[in-house]
Write a protein that binds this ligand. Structure first.
Ligand SMILES: [Zn+2]
Length: 357
């Protein structure tokens, strides 16, 4: 099946009260892991690439890998989404390369660091919506700023990884390409429900990313966050006002203790950290959250699996020796999320309902 627009999948998710994981990719193995997980769970799926991912993999490779995925899994509805487009040009080039959905993140300026004004955000988002909708492509916008809550590790492991990302690829944390946890709570950046309502009316976005206290990357919370910390009530309020807008939770990796443990067991360094509990995401799904961005968990699964192979078999040097277990480990995480979010079983239902052929 050809790639489908985000709107098509999220409308079905809304009508049937489930959420859809959006998993980030940079290479073939990650795409394969997601597609195999989607096949086994019969899930519609969102595959997304940040600006950094597009530059790492190159647009032509990415485009053809995604076309291969749609050919190999004709039964699975697949959305190809630009994560955190920093300006209209980024979104337009994504559309040119076959993306069926784009995020115009005008909550930050083009440098992906400086907060943008409300008027700036409306202007660039509306510009993208006008072009994208004419091409049958969906648009996600963002109101409020992510990444303002959480904590950076006290002593970043082996030094400069985070900084390196920030300075070179502007791609820390969950690869979204946007600001990572900077430490400290700054509630002024949480989404204001009044603004959210105006923003949707003025831009006509299909989906809206809301800032409720999550941040990108592995280091989100020092203790297990509650619904209060995560401001789940804010999601509920926004959903009450915008019942027909699909809400998006960014930075929604759960950073499971068992994945941390594997990395530590085989020589990696990770400070103790907590992500967004799956049960809080499930609560969000009851209140309009339809797209849930997950990247860190997949990265951790891959890294843990590769570390394990290297630790247990120092003689391994065939890349397949470690990429295959890495792919399997990511697939397991993606399957677990697909089941938890409720998207499992819905590929067949979408076909049965005539939403897709
Ligand atoms: Zn994000």
């Amino acid at each position: 099946m050809p790639l489908v627009p985000l709107r098509l999948v999220l409308d079905h998710a809304a009508a049937n009260n489930y959420g859809v994981g959006a998993f980030n990719v940079n290479n073939m193995e990650q795409i394969q892991a997601i597609m195999e997980a989607a096949k086994e769970t019969d899930s519609p799926v969102i595959v997304q690439a940040s600006r950094g991912a597009r530059s790492y993999s190159q647009d032509n490779y990415l485009r053809h890998l995604m076309l291969a995925a749609s050919e190999l899994y004709p039964q699975i509805p697949v959305v190809m989404h630009q994560d955190h487009g920093n300006c209209p040009a980024t979104c337009f080039s994504a559309i040119k390369y076959g993306f069926t959905s784009v995020m115009m993140d005008g909550s930050l300026m083009e440098d992906a660091k400086t907060p943008g004004s409300y008027d700036y955000n409306v202007g660039v988002t509306r510009e993208v919506v006008q072009v994208a909708h004419a091409m049958g492509v969906s648009v996600e916008g963002e109101i409020g700023c992510l990444g303002q809550v959480g904590h950076a590790p006290a002593a970043p492991a082996k030094g400069e990884a985070a900084h390196h990302d920030l300075e070179t690829e502007k791609e820390p944390g969950d690869t979204d390409g946007h600001a990572a946890s900077t430490g400290g709570m700054d509630t002024s950046h949480l989404t204001d429900p009044d603004e959210a309502e105006r923003f949707v009316a003025e831009t006509k976005v299909d989906a809206l990313a809301v800032a409720i206290g999550t941040s990108h990357g592995a280091y989100k919370f020092k203790t297990k966050p509650t619904g209060e910390v995560l401001k789940m009530s804010l999601i509920e309020e926004i959903h009450r006002r915008l019942p027909n807008t699909h809400l998006v939770m960014h930075g929604s990796s759960s950073v499971p203790e068992e994945l941390q443990a594997v990395i530590r067991q085989y020589g990696g360094t990770m400070e103790e950290t907590y992500g967004v509990p799956v049960e809080e995401i499930q609560r969000g799904i009851k209140h309009g959250v339809r797209k849930i961005n997950v990247d860190t968990d997949c990265r951790m699964a891959i890294t843990g699996a590769i570390r394990k192979v290297f630790a247990e078999n120092p003689r391994a040097f065939d890349p397949r020796d470690y990429l295959k277990p890495a792919r399997e480990a990511m697939k397991a995480v993606v399957m677990a999320r697909m089941i938890a979010f409720g998207q499992a079983g819905n590929a067949t239902k979408m076909r049965a309902a005539g939403v897709i052929k």
